[in-house]
Design a protein around this ligand. Structure first.
Ligand code: RIB
Ligand code: CA
Length: 310
């Protein structure tokens, strides 16, 4: 089986950690590298969290730190959800892994330029690193097979009524990525809020009884509690792993081509992904937007991933 190459750009973050877990040993994927951006927490914390996760899982994937702030707007974090460390909950052993010295933006440019145009870039945090790479070296655009992002929504947001965190944290970066002229799969809240990690799901994954399942359970312990506190959910929506899962099973997520534009101008709706669901504007589609997901299949994919680790 030919393994699909991907770079995962993330801001760990509890759900980012599960996305790393899904990609790390997936038979059909080759995780070339993990690039990290500020987002759920400061870059210093998200980078350390990415290292903690690859160390816990025993992955050799290189980790590169990237941009520590958005392109234009002021920085925001999501400590109310992910805690002070950005990955509150699990008790990690002392960190031995270290970051690669190359900046994530330079890694993205170098790797994409040297590629055969067969790399999918998955982003599960603010899109700052990819946007910077596209501006620094526009030639990488033709080398990106597809951009698959967790972000946005064609309904409402989760930080403001209009905007979802990953887009709102750096709307200008999202605009650069959406307008790069490459295929885009936008997996937004409309679908990720359908995969709620309910107590019975946590119990199911705990029975897998591997190191990965123990990490999953410890992560969900915190993530589910804060999601309940903030949103009242009975289970945490497992946003980020849906990106990787959609690569593992092309039938998992149903997409609808839409014209998507990022609102950079308005005050109330700044950072909104304006998705023309019904084609009112008659403009060309700029993204494949996720509109539905096979929820039972998604949890099967998560369980299968947990079983791939000791
Ligand atoms: O809005 C959810 C997204 O914001 C997820 O990627 C979560 O990790 C945070 O980055
Ligand atoms: Ca994230």
């Amino acid at each position: 089986m030919e393994r699909q190459k991907l770079i995962l750009d993330c801001d760990p973050g509890h759900d980012d950690a599960v996305a790393i877990l899904l990609a790390g040993r997936a038979p059909g994927l080759e995780l070339l590298g993990i690039t990290v951006t500020a987002g759920n927490q400061t870059l210093e914390k998200t980078a350390q969290n990415a290292l903690r996760v690859v160390q816990w899982l025993g992955l050799d994937t290189p980790v590169y730190a990237g941009c520590d702030r958005p392109l234009v707007r002021d920085k925001i974090v999501a400590g109310n959800i992910h805690g002070e460390t950005g990955l509150d909950g699990p008790v990690f052993p002392s960190l031995e892994r270290t970051l690669r010295p190359e900046h994530a933006v330079q890694y993205l440019i170098r790797t994409l330029l040297a590629s055969e145009g067969d790399i999918t870039v998955v982003t599960t945090g603010p899109m700052t690193n990819l946007a910077m790479a596209l501006r620094l070296e526009p030639r990488i655009a033709e080398k990106i097979r597809r951009i698959v992002l967790m972000g946005g929504s064609y309904t409402n947001g989760n930080v403001t009524p209009a905007a979802e965190f990953n887009i709102l944290a750096d709307p200008e970066a999202a605009h650069i990525c959406f307008s790069a002229g490459r295929p885009v799969s936008m997996i937004g809240l409309d679908v990720t809020r359908k995969v709620l990690c309910l107590p019975e799901i946590v119990e199911r994954m705990a029975r897998v009884n591997t190191g990965a399942s123990r990490l999953f359970v410890d992560l969900m312990g915190h993530f589910c509690r804060t999601q309940k506190e903030v949103f009242g959910w009975d289970g945490a929506p497992l946003h980020d792993p849906v990106t990787v899962a959609s690569l593992l099973d092309p039938d998992l997520v149903r997409f609808k081509p839409m014209n998507v534009r990022i609102d950079l101008r308005s005050e109330q709706s700044y950072g909104r992904t304006n998705c023309d669901y019904f084609g009112y504007l008659g403009l060309p589609a700029t993204a494949d937007v996720a509109v539905d997901i096979d929820v039972p299949r998604f949890w099967d994919i998560v369980e299968e991933a947990l079983r791939r680790y000791e």
